[in-house]
Design a binder for this molecule. Structure first.
Ligand code: TYC
Length: 139
């Protein structure tokens, strides 16, 4: 039985479960690993991913209706929530449309900018860490 250590930094042969002794040796199955021994004292707990706020900015030209549609279709707000969020942005100058992991937030920002450009509105959209730059604590 060939046993490999769970480690990303082993050589290619070790990583593939290939024995240096080669096949034919007593107790050696020819090199295909069937068990993976957990590396001692390796922390395997997954960290919570960082989250990002997607922010819409107010402007004087984009229509309220367009912003409500964006909030419904890109951010999955219901009609009344979309209306409340849009009004908050209109009054305060900016507001949170939604909170997502990095790549989803990035995609939403790109979608908003694409739709706004298509419709020839100057609507702006950005993202920022939801934790205000603080690193996650252990545990
Ligand atoms: N201020 C815009 C208007 O009065 C509406 C608006 C709301 C625009 C929110 C952008 O992110 C925005 N037509």
């Amino acid at each position: 039985m060939t046993t490999v250590q769970r480690s990303g930094r082993k050589g290619l042969a070790a990583g593939a479960g290939i024995s240096a002794a080669g096949p034919g040796r007593k107790g050696d199955d020819g090199g295909i690993a069937t068990e993976v021994a957990p590396k001692a004292a390796t922390k395997r707990r997954l960290k919570r991913p960082r989250l990002y706020r997607v922010i819409l900015l107010n402007d004087d030209y984009t229509t309220m209706e367009f912003v409500v549609l964006i909030l419904q279709h890109v951010f999955h707000h219901g009609e009344s929530s979309a209306h409340a969020v849009m009004l908050n942005i209109h009054q305060k100058g900016a507001g949170v449309a939604g909170i997502y992991t990095y790549e989803i937030a990035e995609t939403k920002v790109a979608q908003v900018l694409e739709y706004a450009q298509q419709a020839e509105y100057p609507l702006q959209c950005t993202m920022e860490p939801d934790d205000d730059g603080k690193e996650e604590d252990e545990s």
